[in-house]
Design a protein around this ligand. Structure first.
Ligand code: ATP
Ligand code: PRP
Ligand code: NIO
Length: 434
């Protein structure tokens, strides 16, 4: 296990290009799972992904230097899958399954390059978009977010002294370790790292993952970061994302096609994957409508990943649905993954303990929690709510409604149309923190 003195490195490395993204495996596992399917079924679809800063009070274009941002984005475009990485992807077993990725997909990855980007500025924010085949533009989501988040951290760290940095990281480490000690009290906890996109930095995420591996032992089941999984001999963890129903709905010819899109996605998914990968994401256009219209076979899937209702609320709705459909929730899996942190993990665990199988995907509050750690008392290192969403498919607008109206994305007129199609039952406004 490489042990890097992060404070020393941050101090020493301020003077040359220090690439944020050095591997195309430095992404979420679900991106590769989705990519294999998209390439197979939708190779002709073109999409645009756009950066959206929901923390509008943070004027990113005034914090991050544009030349540095371009340098990092350009560098990411030079990175290719290495031979070693492709051999690992082809030969490793995932979720106990051999050959998850077909040989022709692995061959295709060998030539993969991130497509061009467009970068502008408006009202203190960056306008960063990625247009191209869905297979390519989608792959920008995680590296683009990791780059912007890490450049923001670096900007906040610039000018700090060697000891100030040392104390800052010491505090962040102690803070994380206190969380580990609390989580150890939950005997049947199952938790993984989902924190790549909004991490403080790569090396910090690596430290967090290694700390959880030692501190939580078998309760820590892996990481969604494929590179860290490979390097640390951990399980790569992944489900699927909102972009799948969003793109299929955008491509639909009429309202009925939009309404059917979330279930078509599931059919496509089950034709590619099975077992623990049969986990549905219910909230792209509202969980209540999704569950009401779901085909009965969906209740036979392994689990559901509630993602925008408060965790207990969302879990209860899904358990109620399993019961209604005559399934035993104790055999089912709930994956909680939206802005979780120790308090909500403990509360959710205790609430559902014994009633359902559960696991937690711990993101930003794992890999970017520097709240209260800056010896100078600054707030510049606190995480922001930065996302990259699909905004159009074949030139047609893409929409996400979510259960939380604060997370809706898309043209206002299209959001209205989708609200008419899916209804607004169960919408629950909540402040978005990360
Ligand atoms: N963003 C990153 N992505 C992947 N690996 C990284 C990243 N940053 C550092 N590493 C790896 O972590 C280890 C320690 O990093 P560090 O950068 O301190 O090494 P270094 O000897 O200074 O080399 P480098 O010139 O690559 O920065 C090295 O193995 C390096 O390749
Ligand atoms: O602990 P967290 O930082 O929340 O990380 C995990 C979250 O990341 C993804 O959300 P995404 O980036 O797509 O944003 P959104 O669902 O909040 O819009 C995912 O759907 C989880 O909700
Ligand atoms: O695989 C997932 O569901 C996942 C991974 C990282 C972040 N959010 C979700």
């Amino acid at each position: 296990m490489p042990v890097t003195d992060i404070a020393t490195r941050v101090y020493n490395h301020g003077w040359r290009l220090d690439p944020v993204v050095r591997s195309l495996l430095d992404t979420d596992f679900y991106k590769l799972l989705m990519l294999q399917m998209i390439r197979h079924l939708h190779p002709e679809v073109r999409t645009t992904f756009s950066l959206i800063n929901r923390s509008t009070s943070v004027r990113l274009a005034e914090v991050i230097d544009e030349a540095e941002l371009r340098e990092q984005l350009d560098h990411a475009r030079t990175v290719r899958f290495s031979q070693r990485e492709l051999i690992w992807l082809a030969g490793n077993s995932f979720y106990g399954k051999q050959r998850m990725f077909a040989p022709d997909f692995i061959d295709w990855l060998a030539d993969f390059q991130l497509p061009a980007y467009k970068l502008g500025k408006s009202e203190g924010q960056y306008e960063l978009t990625f247009e191209g085949p869905w297979t390519h533009s989608s792959m920008w989501e995680i590296p683009a977010l990791a780059i912007v988040n890490e450049l923001r951290s670096r900007a906040a760290l610039k000018g700090k002294g060697r000891f100030e940095l040392d104390i800052l990281y010491a505090r962040a480490k102690a803070k994380l370790w206190e969380k580990v000690e609390r989580l150890r009290e939950l005997p049947d906890l199952v938790i993984s790292d989902f924190g790549t996109r909004r991490r403080h930095g790569f090396l910090w995420q690596r430290w967090c993952v290694e700390a959880l591996k030692e501190g939580l032992g078998s309760r820590f089941v892996g990481t969604s970061n494929v590179l860290l999984a490979m390097d640390n001999d951990l399980e790569a963890i992944g489900t699927n994302a909102h972009e799948l129903p969003m793109v299929l709905a955008a491509l639909a010819e009429d309202d009925a096609g939009v309404a059917a899109a979330p279930y078509r996605v599931l059919e496509e998914w089950r034709a590619h994957y099975d077992g623990n990968l049969l986990v549905a994401l219910p909230d792209a256009f509202g969980t209540a409508a999704f569950l009401r219209g779901a085909p009965d076979w969906l209740a036979d899937w392994t689990g559901v990943r509630p993602d925008s209702l408060p965790a207990i609320e969302g879990g209860e709705q899904i358990i109620g649905w399993w019961k209604e459909r005559g399934r035993d929730p104790q055999t089912k899996l709930l994956i909680f993954s939206d802005g979780m942190d120790v308090d909500s993990i403990e509360a959710t665990y205790r609430h559902f303990d014994g009633r359902v199988r559960m696991s937690f995907g711990w993101g930003t509050n794992l890999t970017n929690d520097f709240r209260g750690c800056d010896p100078a008392g600054g707030h510049e290192l606190e995480p922001i709510s930065l996302v990259a969403k699909v905004t159009s498919a074949n030139g047609r607008p893409a929409v996400k409604l979510s259960d939380n109206p604060a997370k809706a994305t898309g043209l206002p007129s299209e959001i209205e149309r989708y609200r008419r199609i899916f209804g607004q039952e169960g919408q629950m406004p909540q402040a978005v923190r990360v």
